[in-house]
Design a protein around this ligand. Structure first.
Ligand SMILES: Cc1cc2nc3c(=O)[nH]c(=O)nc-3n(C[C@H](O)[C@H](O)[C@H](O)COP(=O)(O)OP(=O)(O)OC[C@H]3O[C@@H](n4cnc5c(N)ncnc54)[C@H](O)[C@@H]3O)c2cc1C
Length: 497
């Protein structure tokens, strides 16, 4: 008998043995002896059997499997990508379909369990789970269905490599991130940027409709101009309900993909700063088909420029001139096997110990000119710390996208990112202290806008940092769909006033 069967047997014995019938008596604090008239009538056999059935349903129904800490599968379902922030929910609800989500929400409501939602489990701060509540786990919900050749519907448990595997052979993409294990659920609901977003917009800009189970267990379909769809395009992470599936516009995949790579070694502070200023100059001139990243890892700088539009003739002079300042330059050739090209960015797929967060959204170099020397100094004194700047801008900043989405930061063309990786927890302490110092330096210098999908538990005004001018409108959506705040994590939207 496995653990689940043992537990079902235990529950059957418990209920049939009548233990639950004693519970109301425990609550009776009055000295007055209950009269026969006050006692509930004894349960009939069919009633008891129905009760067993109901309780069993809570543990495994056709729609959901509930796991507790001792059950087989709990540890696997519980492990998130970031080992720095372990969580221990009382129940993991492994949902098989929308009805399973409804059952889970109703169970959580009945037993007053806080609900977290896990699609791909890649939250930097472990926001998909909690201690002592319920984590609704969507990893079994992975259907991908073509509605027509330009429209694709996915369940939220699908991860990015699974999307590329299905879409690329049909010559299609949904613009998203590049790391293989990131979930389409969390990625889209917080925005979603990547190698294609300056050309095609954020992932949430291709979101056409969705199905959500709200904090009361009601199912909603959101499409067209629905306020819920607006809210979920950038503000939907673990806030209003569980998004069960989403339908996206599928775009034509690029015919070619080109990668240009630059390296500089043993950098002192002056050179690191000089190259950063040049990187901003370079990327400001790139066409929307290009993505750029400046990655300062201790004293080594890597610069990546990718191009989904085969614009090498236009950009070669820019790349050559930038390359002259670096130690090693590789100007790439257009590659036609897009799947192979993208696999290069799949990254590590097993859980890690790390701290990663947004280090501010910037309009240009001038935004960080004042504090950046201090930042680079700290990075170069702490081997293991990485400061990265990624390009946004391009068609992300399209008024038509802005009008229908709650992602509030389209005017920023760049995003800073801090990362610290370490193998043992004790090694993280020093890095995280330096990490926090850098975040404080940015804040003190007016860098206060941040990307919701790169959260930092230490951000003081995280709600305005993530949602800016859209916060009050999002709070209204929260009040409508989850008035009891059942669905929550450390940085979920509160209903406000
Ligand atoms: C290695 C790595 C690479 C990354 N690369 C990129 C990148 O290229 N571009 C980018 O934009 N971001 C990137 N991110 C950040 C990523 O977008 C976020 O971590 C995202 O929230 C992860 O989604 P998930 O479903 O995997 O995570 P989860 O941990 O499952 O969920 C993250 C958050 O979303 C909520 N959520 C998840 N699913 C649902 C749902 N179905 N309904 C309602 N709420 C839900 C959770 O409550 C939680 O708050 C990366 C993260 C990592 C760790």
């Amino acid at each position: 008998m496995n653990t689940l069967q043992q537990r079902r047997q235990f529950i059957r014995n418990l209920v049939l043995g009548g233990f639950s019938l004693y519970l109301p008596a425990c609550k009776n604090t009055s000295d007055k002896k209950p009269t026969v008239k006050n006692l509930p009538p004894p349960k009939t056999k069919p009633e008891i059997e129905k009760e067993v059935e109901l309780i069993e349903e809570y543990f495994e129904s056709a729609n959901v499997l509930f796991l507790r800490a001792k059950d087989d599968g709990y540890i696997k379902a519980n492990t998130g990508f970031n080992l720095r922030v372990p969580k221990n929910p009382k129940i993991i609800a492994l949902c098989k379909n929308v009805d399973g989500i409804v059952e889970s929400i109703k169970y959580a409501k009945q037993f007053k369990l806080q609900v977290g939602i896990k699609s791909g489990g890649h939250s930097f701060e472990g926001f998909s789970s909690n201690n002592g509540g319920m984590s609704i786990n969507l990893s079994l919900m992975k259907a991908i269905e073509w509605i027509d050749e330009n429209t694709v519907k996915m369940e939220s448990g699908v991860i990015l490599k699974e999307i590329y595997d299905v879409l690329l052979p049909k010559g299609k993409i949904v613009p998203s991130g590049s790391c293989a294990g990131v979930g389409i659920g969390g990625l889209t609901l917080g925005g979603g940027y990547g190698l294609f977003s300056r050309e095609l917009g954020l992932t949430c800009d291709s979101l056409l409709s969705l199905t959500m189970v709200d904090g009361q267990g009601n199912i909603h379909e959101a499409k067209n101009n629905d306020e819920l769809l607006w809210a979920c395009r950038g503000g939907g992470n673990g806030n209003f309900g569980v998004i069960a599936n989403m339908t996206f516009k599928a775009h034509k995949a690029p015919k070619t993909f080109t990668r240009h790579l630059f390296k500089a070694y043993k950098l002192d502070q002056t050179r690191a700063l000089d190259l950063l200023a040049h990187w901003f100059d370079l990327t400001a001139k790139l066409p929307t088909s290009c993505f750029g990243a400046y990655v300062l890892n201790y004293k080594t700088l890597t610069v990546l420029i990718t191009d989904m539009g085969n614009k090498i003739d236009t950009i070669r002079p820019l790349l050559t001139s930038f390359g002259d300042k670096m130690d090693k330059t590789t100007i790439g050739e257009p590659e036609t096997d897009i799947a192979k090209s993208l696999k290069r960015y799949y990254g590590i797929q097993t859980p890690l110990l790390f701290k990663n967060a947004c280090a501010g959204l910037y309009k240009g170099f001038t935004d960080i000119e004042k504090p950046i020397a201090q930042v680079v100094d700290l990075v170069q004194k702490n081997n293991g710390l990485i400061y990265q700047v990624n390009t946004l801008g391009g068609n992300i900043n399209t008024p038509a996208f802005e009008a229908v989405s709650s992602f509030p930061h389209r005017a920023y063309s760049y995003m800073g990112e801090l990362q610290a990786y370490y193998e043992k927890p004790e090694k993280g302490e020093k890095l995280i202290t330096a990490f926090q110092k850098i975040q404080n330096i940015f804040t003190a210098n007016g860098i206060t806008a941040h990307y919701r999908n790169y959260p930092d538990i230490d951000f003081k005004n995280w709600d305005t940092a993530y949602y800016a001018q859209n916060l009050a409108r999002l709070q209204k959506v929260k009040r409508k769909y989850d008035p009891d705040n059942l669905i929550r994590h450390e940085q979920s939207i509160k209903g406000g006033k």
